[in-house]
Design a protein around this ligand. Structure first.
Ligand SMILES: C[S@@+](CC[C@H](N)C(=O)[O-])C[C@H]1O[C@@H](n2cnc3c(N)ncnc32)[C@H](O)[C@@H]1O
Length: 187
């Protein structure tokens, strides 16, 4: 287990959410939902120490880009060092609450995928709703939102329509992996 991850959980248990990084089973299952022949711009929210990032980069084209948005400064610095030599990666030390604005400044609109490890289901309801509204705002009709969570609560959220839902048993804790698109009624 990553010592950095453990230290950041102790420093901020609600924000980091789980005791250990995602397992290789979960990172594989999540990456399988991405169509890499179409994925030009992928956003990862809450990449932590980068276990999903590494898995995504293994399959991503040289011409595609992966924008990592991480709130924790220790994780953000670790990601910057880890991916400094990969031209596909941009690390942004920011709060996903400002996702639409952050992407606007980078000239990104309607990313192909938003992959999120932010533990929505264990956080304060108001914060969760603001984060989800911002994610929906950043999406276009073809964007896909992929998230791994302890409950399936988001799969019935009015801002999104469920495309696919799977379960990963081989993770601590076992998590649901959901692929969502922006609901037609969402603005
Ligand atoms: C459950 S950990 C997931 C880490 C990693 N993706 C994994 O699967 O092991 C949640 C991550 O989301 C980050 N995070 C939480 N709230 C955030 C926010 N509002 N904006 C950006 N990152 C956030 C935390 O700092 C942490 O890195």
């Amino acid at each position: 287990m990553s010592l950095l991850f453990f230290k950041r959980v102790l420093a901020n248990p609600v924000r980091v959410g789980y005791l250990v990084p995602s397992s290789r089973f979960l990172t594989r299952q999540t990456a399988k939902l991405i169509n890499f022949s179409k994925a030009r711009t992928v956003i990862e929210l809450g990449p932590g120490e980068g276990c999903h990032t590494r898995r995504i980069l293994r399959r991503m084209d040289a011409g595609s880009r992966l924008i990592l948005i991480e709130l924790d400064d220790h994780f953000a610095r670790h990601l910057e060092t880890q991916f400094a030599h990969d031209a596909r990666v941009l690390v942004v030390h920011a709060n996903a609450l400002h996702l639409a604005e952050t992407l606007g400044k980078l000239g990104v609109s309607e990313p192909d995928y938003i992959v999120s490890g932010i533990p929505f289901t264990i956080m304060d309801r108001e914060l969760r709703e603001q984060l989800l509204a911002n994610i929906a705002r950043a999406m276009g009709p073809k964007s896909r939102f992929i998230t791994y969570q302890a409950t399936i609560q988001i799969s019935t959220h009015g801002l999104f329509d469920l495309v696919r839902r799977e379960h990963c048993l081989f993770n601590i804790p076992p998590l649901h992996v959901m692929e969502l698109r922006k609901a037609v009624v969402a603005s």
